[in-house]
Design a binder for this molecule. Sequence first.
Ligand code: NAD
Length: 468
Amino acid sequence: MSFADKLLINGQLVAGDRTIEVLDPATGEAIAVVACASESQAQAAVAAAKSAQPAWEALGWEARMALLLIYADAIRERAQELTEVMVREQGKPLAEAQGEVYYTEAFVRYFASLNLPISTIQDDASGKIEVGHSALGVVVGISPWNFPALVPIAKLAPALLCGNTVVLKPAPTTPICTLLLAEIAQPIFPAGVVNVVTDQNDLGTFLTGHPDVAKVTFTGSTATGRKIMANGAATLKRLTLELGGNDAAVILSDVNVVATAKKVFDASFYNAGQACLAIKRVYVEDSIYDAFCDAMALLAENAVVGRGLEMSTQIGPMQNPAQFEKAQYFIEVAKRDGNIIAGGTISEGPGYFVKPTIVRDITDGSELVDHEQFSPVLPIVRIVDAEDGLARANRSPYGLGGSVWSADAGRARALAARMQAGTVWINQHLKFGPHIPFAGAKQSGIGVEWADLGLAEFTQLKVINEGY
Ligand code: NAD
């Protein structure tokens, strides 16, 4: 198949001054050579966005909504192609790619249904005060490799709706999905409104420090988030940072062990564990610990690991060689600090495959529990009781998500209220949607994405205070 391989700068699909070789993680072989921008091309993208912004804002909310809906339709028309590209460059199983593409369109459609109306907070004999929103200007959106279509789109759509123009930069190991979204956008939006540049992990500093960029919306690691914050300080950039997580699941002894294990397994090994909102550590009450570990081991042993394009595949490869090495490192940590009861090996042959690995008899203080492993190596920690589990869950510097599992809804709710995370699920994990605000607590992020709260982050609050 042929792949989208051009940058989008000032309304034109152009070749890069450099190139990137894109690998299929299921084989380790190159599948495409695509455009990679130089710094002068990134500069041209920012300049185009800056010059297009006033007219785009002046176009008005309704007209921008209409163009977003046309974009959503165009994404739907090419959903099959986007899905195949995603499986090839990212590695995820077909069903997961279909899900991501479905959400990609749904996020555009959802934002195209929102409004940020002006509210009148005072209107009396002394005057009238209105609170509204204006655009910020040029927005830079930087995304990781685990959700190469949904993450950039969930930044692009709200930014555009609010009257901003955008420069997107995907991760170097999964550029093609974003380049395809650029190709789809090209005939729809005025020149300069949507720009997409790629890099080799070397244009982030330039883009996030650029004086003509008003806001950076970033999804990626906490370490990179810190750099972006420091880099944006000189020009006081608006920032939304969705960063790393180490989501804990606290499982109380009154659950149905087998049914809960299945749900916990699915939420841990989604995208081969390479999801910010996947369960990364499991805390289980003592009386069901052995049974729960056994149920998880059985699920891991029966899980089908393979190429994403095979219909039977449940777990695909690690996305890139660095991730593959990271997973193998965590297997070594697991051998040292706990007992591996399923998996613990990489697959023979080409591709970056790691068997889903269940680790028991491990506890806090191990790197596998305390750090974000971002790979299919899951620690299960024994806890004395719910309070013990909650204390351990809250000890992390991260606070992206977490979950509480219990047959007693009242007890689960009380624990959820005290869990330090931006999202706490009860008897489920990883359920998300465009209408649900998403925010990380502690070092998992700053700001909110999605929903009307996330939309407002792409605007400047504007008060008009008129005296009579
Ligand atoms: P990463 O931080 O290494 O890279 C993310 C993006 O930042 C890439 O596009 C990369 O090219 C770019 N980048 C690298 N250096 C930069 C710099 N100095 N300035 C600006 N941009 C720079 O992260 P990754 O390894 O690609 O992704 C995995 C991480 O992302 C995990 O920690 C995961 O939890 C996190 N993540 C978070 C969410 C969320 O919503 N919270 C979602 C997905 C992934």
